[in-house]
Every structure is written in C-alpha cells, then in structure tokens.
Write a protein that binds this ligand. Sequence first.
Ligand SMILES: Cc1cc2nc3c(=O)[nH]c(=O)nc-3n(C[C@H](O)[C@H](O)[C@H](O)COP(=O)(O)OP(=O)(O)OC[C@H]3O[C@@H](n4cnc5c(N)ncnc54)[C@H](O)[C@@H]3O)c2cc1C
Length: 258
Amino acid sequence: MYELEIERPTTVADAVSALGGEAQLLGGGQTLIPTLKQRLADPEKLVSLSGIADMQGISASGDTVEIGGGTIHADVAADGTYAALSELASHIGDPAVRNRGTIGGSIANNDPAACYPAAALGSGATIVTNKREIAADDFFQGLFETALAEGEIVTAVKFPMPQQAKYIKFVQPASRFALVGVFVAKFADGVRVAVTGASNDGVYRWSEAEAALSADFSASALEGLTVSSDDMVTDLHGSAEYRAHLVKVMTARAVNAA
Ligand SMILES: Cc1cc2nc3c(=O)[nH]c(=O)nc-3n(C[C@H](O)[C@H](O)[C@H](O)COP(=O)(O)OP(=O)(O)OC[C@H]3O[C@@H](n4cnc5c(N)ncnc54)[C@H](O)[C@@H]3O)c2cc1C
C-alpha cells in the first residue's frame, strides 16, 4: 500500500468537507483495501464513513425499511424486518466480510456479481445520498458504474417491502459471490426480477419473467421463457450458456421458495 492519510469524520457534512483532491471514501474496506494492497488505486487520503452515527442502523416505517449506508452486512442479517434481505446479507462472503462490509459500499461499488444490487433493483429501492434520492432503476448503470457523482455518499437505502420475496444465488464457492443470483419480489401491482452475476452489463431486470410472474406467480409460468446467452459473462467459473441456464433455474427456485 502507498502511504496515505485517513480521516474519521462523525457527520456526513464533515465527510463531504474532508473530500477533495485525491481523497476516497472508505466504507468497510472489503473491496477498497485489497485494491489498495494491489496498488490498483492510490488515493492521498481515505475518508472513513464508519464513525458517522447517522449512517448506521435499520428502521421501518409502514411498508418501507430504511438502512443506513454504513450499516454492516451482519447487522442487516440479524435484523429480520425484511426477511429476504436479511437472508441475503447472511450469505454474503464470510463472517469477516459481513462484519466490516457495508450496504453503502456494496451498492456504490456495484460489483457485477454482488448480492445487494440485485436486492435493491429487485425491490425497487431508493438510494439516498447526501445530495438526492435515486431510484434503483436509474442507479445501476453497468459494470462497477452507478449514477453517483464523484464524492457523492450513499447515506441510506430505502426498500419497499414486498408481499413475498426471495434471493437465491448459485454460489461461486471460492468467494461466495454469485455466479448467478436472482432476487424476486412480488408486490400488489406486479413482480420484479433482478439478476446479478450473469450479464456483461451488470445487474439487470428480467422483464419477460416479470410479465409472466405478474400474471401467474408460480415457477411453471417461466417454462416457456428462454434466456439468451448473448451478453452473458464467460469466465473460468462458467460459460455464457451455463449462466443463461442458471438465470432461469435460480428464478424458478426463488419463486418456489418465496
Ligand atoms: C472474500 C470476499 C467475499 C465477498 N463475498 C460477497 C458476496 O458473496 N456477495 C456480495 O454482495 N459481496 C461480497 N463481497 C463484497 C463485500 O460485500 C463488500 O462489502 C463490498 O464489496 C464493499 O463494501 P465495503 O463497505 O467494504 O466498501 P469499501 O471496500 O470500503 O468501498 C468500496 C467502494 O465503494 C466506495 N464507498 C464505500 N462506501 C460508500 C458510501 N457509503 N457511499 C459512496 N461510496 C462508498 C469506496 O470509495 C470504494 O470505491 C465479498 C468481499 C470479499 C473480500
């Protein structure tokens, strides 16, 4: 790692003031610290978000659960207010990752195989930043790309709670990331289906499955659908064709389990 400064503000306003120049936000460090160790980034300063009390915790109001951007995966896993989300969090990485990694860091990083982006997109969540609120449909913009501006901080994520929901991932056993993961959420006005791990463009909604499941919320409603392997990821863990196959299988399992 390069020599660098670290600041530990206790308010969002102080974090914003600490940014500038070659400074970078630090959430749980589960992605950023390995990146620094490999010398793939060399910020002059890290601005840690872990001491900001306003970015911690989980609260529910009506059918919405709001999770502070600095909340660690282990706390989401233990909460249980939005059961499908808590279960998702309980299967992220390993205990070390879950006790440091944060929902804000995961959403901001938008790793194409990460779990929270599927939950946010599948639930129709709203990403709250220090500047604005962004619908998940507009937030995720491709591999590691989001609508965030330079230095914009994810302070919270608001999830509308569906009638039924489930996340199922086919685990990449070395990392516990999703080889393919599917989040299915059934609301009064329709079903949302978000897929992670599969596409070269990162997390996406499978609109054909949403239409079929909105008409008939059962795995059999998916039977006539085909998933194209065009634009799917091929790597040493699986081919594009294998991932396309998994998308349909994981969706059916999520519907059955929901
Ligand atoms: C071994 C291992 C296994 C993992 N398995 C999984 C898995 O199964 N599923 C899964 O989804 N993830 C997995 N992860 C990733 C993990 O969930 C991390 O928590 C996540 O990638 C990054 O969150 P973080 O809080 O550690 O962010 P950091 O590493 O601190 O930051 C990541 C990026 O986000 C920025 N950032 C951080 N917080 C904010 C914020 N609040 N607002 C704006 N920008 C911010 C940083 O500047 C940086 O660019 C795994 C990681 C490891 C190391």
